[in-house]
Structure formats: structure tokens, C-alpha cells
Design a protein around this ligand. Structure first.
Ligand SMILES: O=C(O)c1ccccc1N[C@@H]1O[C@H](COP(=O)(O)O)[C@@H](O)[C@H]1O
Length: 222
């Protein structure tokens, strides 16, 4: 399966380990203080240090820190303490900010999240794609910044073809993921509240069901 599958909002080491074993290619950690899935850099490090390594490559899976309009020094410090290899910028960070971050952290993947309120908002991608490694499309919510469970109207994304890779987020779960992937063809998917018992407490049965569903597509494709 070459689809990237990021499970976001990890707060517990045993759940992180189990989710890697189930097939996730990335774990996401919410670095936004005063939100329900927040984990400190030290807590992330404790989880990351207990993740299994890939038996063939010896590499750890992707560890993504999710930030919301954080400063450059805060992101750099968190990356170093927590042992992250990817950052997701979920606020209104500018292309110039992404450019500065690239210089500060040349070996760290930069994912810019775009919260799509109306289809015209997809044109923001043009401003970022030279400066980031990947884009992530999330649904817009008037008061919450992420982890909302709101879905995008996938039919409006059919012609979304940025020059960089992209991930689909927003309200995905084991029940709707196949519909989503029959409507659009992202390079990866990102799930948080759709596979949870409560904010930050992942439902491992739902995560397992997600991977069963995904195997259906990839077995059909052979
Ligand atoms: O999950 C959070 O609490 C969160 C807080 C602040 C910014 C982003 C956050 N999560 C991101 O939201 C999307 C979609 O989540 P969901 O599947 O709709 O619950 C995902 O990219 C998370 O990384």
C-alpha cells in the first residue's frame, strides 16, 4: 500500500505502538497548547522513543508535530526535543514563513494544512507548493482549528492536482474512507477524531477496521 496513512492526536505510548503495528505510516502529535489533544515536547519524546522500528530499514515511522501559528524558535525547539521528522502547519502561516522554516529545518518535512471553506480556497495551494513538501486539505470550522470531524465536499476536490503531494483530512473514519478515496486520489490520508473514543484516546478497533477497509482497495488493485 503506497498511500500514506497518518493517525493524528496520539497521546499514549501504547496506542502509538499499536497503531504502528496496525499499519500507519505516520503518527501525529498536537503541539497546540490549550487544545484537548495537546502533548508537550517531552511527552511526545517519551512516546516516540517507544515506537517500533521498521524491521527492514531500521527507520522509525514519520513523527509529525501539528502546530498552529507557532513561532519559528518554538517549532525548532519542539522538533529537537520531541524527535520529530515532519511538521504540519495548521494555522495561517504564510508562504514566507514556510520558506524560513525550510532553511531552519532543512531535513524536516513541511506539510501546510489548508482549511477549505469554499472551493475557491483551493487556489491558496498555488502560493505554497514551491515552499512545502506536501499540502493537507482539512474542512473549515468557524470556531475550531482542527480535529473537528467535519468532512470536505470531496466532489469539489476532483480537479485538485498540486505539484507537490497532498493528504486528505477532515472527518475521515472507517465508514467513509472508501467513499472518500473513490472520489479523490490523494497521496495520503489523515484521521483523528474519526478513530477515537474521546479526544486523544484512540479507538484501536476503529483503527484496525480502517486498515481492513484500505486493504480492500489495494487487494482489488492487485
Ligand atoms: O486534532 C486537534 O485537536 C487539532 C488541533 C489544532 C490543529 C489541528 C488539529 N488536528 C488536525 O485536524 C485535522 C482533521 O481532524 P479530524 O479527522 O477531522 O478530527 C487533522 O489534520 C489533524 O491533524
Amino acid at each position: 500500500m503506497s498511500l500514506r496513512v497518518k493517525i493524528c492526536g496520539i497521546t499514549q505510548a501504547d496506542q502509538g505502538r499499536a497503531i504502528v503495528h496496525l499499519g500507519a505510516t505516520a503518527l501525529g502529535f498536537i503541539c497546540v497548547a490549550d487544545t484537548p489533544r495537546y502533548v508537550s515536547p517531552q511527552q511526545i519524546r517519551a512516546i516516540v522513543d517507544r515506537l517500533p522500528k521498521d524491521l527492514t530499514t531500521g527507520q522509525s515511522i514519520d513523527r509529525v508535530g501539528v502546530f498552529l501559528d507557532a513561532s519559528l524558535p518554538e517549532i525548532c525547539q519542539t522538533v529537537a526535543i520531541a524527535g520529530l521528522n515532519s511538521v504540519q502547519l495548521h494555522g495561517s502561516e504564510s508562504p514566507e514563513f514556510c520558506h524560513k522554516l525550510r532553511f531552519a529545518l532543512p531535513d524536516v518535512e513541511i506539510i501546510k494544512a489548508l482549511r477549505i471553506r469554499v472551493p475557491e480556497a483551493l487556489s491558496q495551494a498555488d502560493f505554497y507548493q514551491g515552499w512545502v513538501d506536501a499540502l493537507l486539505l482539512d474542512a473549515y470550522h468557524p470556531t475550531l482549528s482542527g480535529g473537528t470531524g467535519e468532512t470536505l465536499d470531496w466532489s469539489t476536490l476532483r480537479s485538485f492536482r498540486p505539484r507537490c503531494s497532498w493528504l486528505l483530512a477532515g472527518g475521515l473514519n472507517s465508514e467513509n474512507v472508501l467513499d472518500a478515496l473513490s472520489a479523490v486520489t490523494p497521496d495520503g490520508i489523515d484521521l483523528s477524531s474519526g478513530v477515537e473514543n474521546a479526544p486523544g484516546d484512540k479507538n484501536l478497533e476503529q483503527v484496525a477496521k480502517l486498515f481492513e477497509q484500505l486493504r480492500q482497495i489495494y487487494q482489488k488493485e492487485g
